[in-house]
Design a protein around this ligand. Structure first.
Ligand SMILES: [Zn+2]
Length: 262
């Protein structure tokens, strides 16, 4: 008997539907996914393109900045012709062109304690993107309080890392990873970084979201950081364990189990 070769249909998602761990049923789960992404800069450029290309159905982008020339070495959502224009509007235009099947929303505002509930309330997974310690801690606190899972992913120089926080499972929160983040001095100068680090960090962040909605929640990066060096000059991909800190001032307000050794 001739072996059965599946016929190839030229559809948008066909190449991923052919993957046994993806498939049509799991692809359908992505359609109803609701993801809010705070910021659309370097890491988020790659992350957003992956979500939109892969078929994550509903995405809200919160971005108030304008495009600058020095963004273009790594923020691959953007083009030179867009310099000076609203980054959020440019992002939406490119992403709609990439995949018109996705419901995309733009909020051109800075997230604050006054609007965070309105901006994130109806979204199921959050991509944390605060560019300041205050912003990161605000989102961490809000997500713990409302039990929303979120991913934190970041790139500087040649390195970066990613991890997720799942409040429902009482995993290590952002403040468990970075207990002194709120006391850190805000560096207002430019941070050295290349497209290699932002692209890897963005892909790792996107993978967390795909895992969540495709049904691989148990494979999320929780209670550890996945760290990488993009030029492979000083180490490779490696996990750094981070346990939930029983003395963490933030998640101890919301978690009940951790003192039981859970
Ligand atoms: Zn914590």
């Amino acid at each position: 008997m001739e072996p059965q070769i599946p016929s190839f249909e030229d559809t948008r998602y066909n190449r991923q539907l052919m993957m046994p761990e993806w498939g049509a049923k799991r692809q359908d789960l992505l359609k109803s996914a609701r993801v809010a992404v705070i910021g659309a800069g370097g890491v988020k450029s790659t992350l957003l393109m992956a979500l939109v290309a892969g078929g994550v159905g509903n995405i809200r982008i919160i971005e108030f900045d304008h495009l600058e020339l020095s963004n273009l070495n790594r923020q691959i959502l953007y083009r030179t012709s867009g310099i000076g224009q609203s980054k959020g509007q440019l992002a939406i235009a490119t992403l709609k062109d990439l995949n018109p099947e996705i419901n995309l929303e733009l909020i051109e505002d800075k997230i604050s304690e006054y609007n965070i509930s309105d901006l994130l309330n109806s979204w199921d997974f959050i991509v944390e993107g605060g560019d300041s310690p205050a912003g990161r801690n605000l989102v961490n606190d809000y997500c713990l309080q409302t039990k929303k899972p979120f991913v934190h992913t970041s790139a500087q120089y040649n390195y970066g890392y990613a991890f997720s926080v799942v409040p429902e499972w009482q995993t290590a929160c952002f403040a468990c990873y970075f207990p002194n983040d709120h006391t850190r001095e805000i560096n207002t100068g430019p941070v050295p970084v290349s497209v290699l680090a932002t692209s890897i960090a963005g892909s790792l962040g996107a993978a967390e979201i795909f895992k969540w909605f495709l049904g691989y929640k148990n494979n999320l990066i929780i209670n550890k950081k996945l760290c990488f060096s993009s030029l492979l000059l000083s180490g490779e991909f490696q996990y750094e364990e981070t346990q939930c800190n029983p003395h963490c001032e933030v998640c101890s307000k919301y978690y009940t189990k951790k003192f039981e050794g859970g």
